[in-house]
Design a protein around this ligand. Sequence first.
Ligand code: MRU
Length: 392
Amino acid sequence: MPATAAPATFSSLRPAPAGRAVEILDQTRLPFAKAWIPLAHRDDAAHAIAAMQTRGAPLIGAVAAFGLALAMAEDASDANLAASTALLAATRPTAVNLAWALARLEALLRPLPPAARAEAAWVEAWAIAHEDAAQCAAIGTHGAARLLAEISGIDASSGNPIGTGTLAQAGSAATATAAPRPLNIMTHCNAGWLATVDHGTALAPIYRLHADGVPVHVWVSETRPRNQGLLTAWELAERDVPHTVIADNAAGLLMMQGRVDAVIVGADRIAANGDVANKVGTYLKALAARAHGVPFFVAAPVSTLDFACPAGSAIPIEERAGDELRQVPGRDDADRPATVRQLPAERPVANPAFDVTPAALVTALITERGVCPASGAGLAALYPERAGALPR
Ligand code: MRU
């Protein structure tokens, strides 16, 4: 496939109709309007990431890579390579995918003569995007099998690779023998195709189950203050996946009442010991899940694994603007975009955008290579080439 052509399944990111540029879906306008924004310059990409027009750990990694490619098209000098890498890396600190993508490009570009850098960067940025889509598809396959195994007691992952028939068979057995109702899966934030290049991380297994005819219902946590759960609801509605939006604070009650079979979330950074940074509120769900015996899964590609970070306590937590808490965007009665102020500008607020879930609360990690315990040993089993860097 030519490096400039994206596969038809790409959804959150696409080539611009003309020239060396890309377009992103403006996620600040969703779920009310579907608008594409062109990224033609480095600073367009940096602004889109910082302002969360584009968001989600794997996607901001890919967009940062395009940002560096755009920078090289304008000035491929050593000085601009260093300055642009630093500028893009500073846009958001928690999701390691961003630093990972920039480090990958910089390592490729630094030894090249400046005249060769723009082309090489463009090709590599598309490679990152293509890889992300393929890895998320694999997460869908592994995650679907594991969700069924956990919920129904059927080990759909043993033996042959998963096929459509295997999952559909396991799903009907699950509903016939265990519960004559859909599998009830809770998620937090948005970890679907909007947050990746395609497919999603936490939502990929749900899409796979749904496509295979397994009845699923998704509890979608609103995810205050930026309400990424509304993006998840929009995605699920687009694909006809049954779902119900809940206030974040309803999650514990639903688990206590036995109305949640499993929780699955994405991640912004997974430390070498299996601790997970994800959207703020994830930790509370993990605590409630443990208290009520509900399995808690974390789905993420290799670009989210930070083998150099020993534990969750070392993960930088992004603190975002207080107005995200003081104001609520939406639509007025005439269906026009509107923002409602809930608190005066001077009211002190704290807005940590992520939290850390200790590995001990995570039932398993689901990556493109399979499913493993959330631990150094678990990651070493899936990534033996990194085993030397991992705690046991
Ligand atoms: O602040 P956001 O919206 O970029 O945060 C996104 C999340 O926390 C997602 O859960 C995470 O990136 C997983 S993405 C597939």
